[in-house]
Design a protein around this ligand. Structure first.
Ligand SMILES: *Cc1c(COP(=O)(O)O)cnc(C)c1O
Length: 410
């Protein structure tokens, strides 16, 4: 068989002319004249993949402002996909502005690096999300920012800790391991009296069961990695604000640090948002069933679930929250060692050992809370082993049976 003839080359490297256009096929593959018809309608948001965004002419490019959410300048600053997700997240929290970040921790970094400078002071609850503590200690050691920690139940007494250079107060409602519920209105009132801003990590309630802006906070942070994604498959974070000037400050940090999110990830979160409330309510109901059952067990010292009386700040939860979701912890009775409760965790079959939460699968995690928290080492404080449960979307009856068989190994 004779080899097929190679195409004749007129220009070095060019392929024959396309039958469809008068361009070479090489160019026609890149510059297609086809335009899909107008008028397509469907429920899902379109997924716009773009780094480069096109301007219709030089004037449009020159007048383009990357901060303007009515237009497009570059993939990093927004596409219809990311703008749609931002708008929907802002609506959940009853806020006006939203910025997306590649993880919850990246969103935390935007607050810290966007609002603080050398010489500033920040306050964080002693039960703050661990990596935020790590970041704040880094800010202190390397960037000349002071980071101090307060008792999460401090309430109005936080005014005694605020200094003239205190710029930022972090809150978490509740703490995601030890579950103390803070008095946000009291903390916000004290902060605002001194001109400090309050940031709330509102991940536990997904923004559904706690309305941070009504209670006075300035910035709401969400780890969308959790309930909003709902699939244990996406990392993303968001910052929601009401104040335009504050949003612009954070947006500047977002630009300077290059915190882009991928279109496919944004789509996955958008896809899950429709069921967010129903999933959250189902997690809430399941977690209360499991927590209630644990409360009746002699092996358990305390149930640290904000809807239960054992939980520090329970009265504040009753006042400020409308739900609880799937995450809570227990303290085992003092007579059990870490080795014993580790054996319990290893014996669980439906509850898998893993960080994060918000998906359909139940999770469990033992924490060395003593080592994590200054306040925990005070005399008279609880000494039992802390184990955190995340109740997924399985039938609570099966989850309780799983815990019962694992408790038998103690
Ligand atoms: C998971 C989580 C974060 C961080 O989110 P990532 O997307 O994992 O970086 C922050 N705060 C709380 C309370 C969380 O549970």
């Amino acid at each position: 068989m004779s080899p097929s003839p190679r195409p004749t080359r007129t220009i070095c490297g060019a392929l024959p002319e396309s039958r469809m256009t008068n361009k070479s096929l090489q160019t026609a593959l890149i510059h297609s004249d086809y335009r899909a018809p107008e008028g397509f309608a469907a429920f899902p948001s379109a997924i716009h993949h773009a780094s480069t965004v096109l301007f219709k002419d030089v004037a449009a490019m020159r007048s383009g402002n990357w901060k303007d959410k009515n237009g497009y300048t570059y993939g990093l600053h927004g596409t219809p996909t990311t703008f749609t997700l931002e708008a929907r997240l802002a609506a959940i929290e009853d806020g006006n502005h939203c910025l997306l970040a590649p993880s919850g921790l990246a969103a935390i970094a935007l607050v810290n690096f966007g609002l603080l400078k050398s010489g500033d002071d920040m306050l964080l609850p002693d039960n703050v999300y661990g990596p935020n503590r790590e970041m704040s200690n880094w800010l202190e050691q390397a960037f000349g920012v002071q980071a101090r920690y307060y008792d999460p139940l401090i309430g109005a007494r936080i005014s005694t800790m605020i200094r003239p250079n205190t710029r930022l107060i972090w809150t978490e409602a509740p703490g995601s391991v030890s579950m103390e519920v803070p008095d946000l209105p009291a903390i916000c009132a004290a902060a605002h009296q001194s001109g400090a801003l309050v940031a709330l990590d509102n991940t536990w309630s997904a923004g559904l069961a706690l309305h941070g802006f009504e209670l006075g906070v300035d910035i709401i942070m969400q780890a969308l990695t959790k309930y909003q994604s709902g699939g244990s498959d996406v990392l993303m974070g968001a910052l929601i604000t009401r104040d335009k000037a504050l949003n612009d400050k954070l947006a500047l940090a977002h630009m300077r640090l290059g915190m882009g999110v991928g279109a496919d990830d944004a789509y996955l979160v958008l896809r899950s948002l429709s069921t967010l409330k129903l999933r959250f309510d189902a997690h809430d109901a399941g977690a209360r069933d499991v927590a209630h059952w644990l409360k009746g067990r002699a092996e358990i010292g305390k149930v640290l679930h904000p809807a239960f009386e054992d939980c520090p700040g329970h009265a504040i939860w009753l006042r400020d929250f409308s739900g609880a979701g799937g995450l809570f912890s227990v303290l085992f009775d003092n007579r059990y060692s870490e080795a014993q409760t580790d054996r319990f965790v290893d014996a669980l079959k439906l509850f898998k050992i893993g960080y994060s939460w918000g998906g359909a699968n139940s999770l469990v995690m033992p924490y060395r809370i003593n080592a994590m928290r200054e306040g925990w080492q005070q005399p008279g404080h609880d000494k039992g082993q802390l184990v955190r449960f995340y109740v997924g979307l399985e039938n609570p009856i099966d989850l309780i049976a799983d815990i019962a068989q694992a408790l038998a190994t103690l």
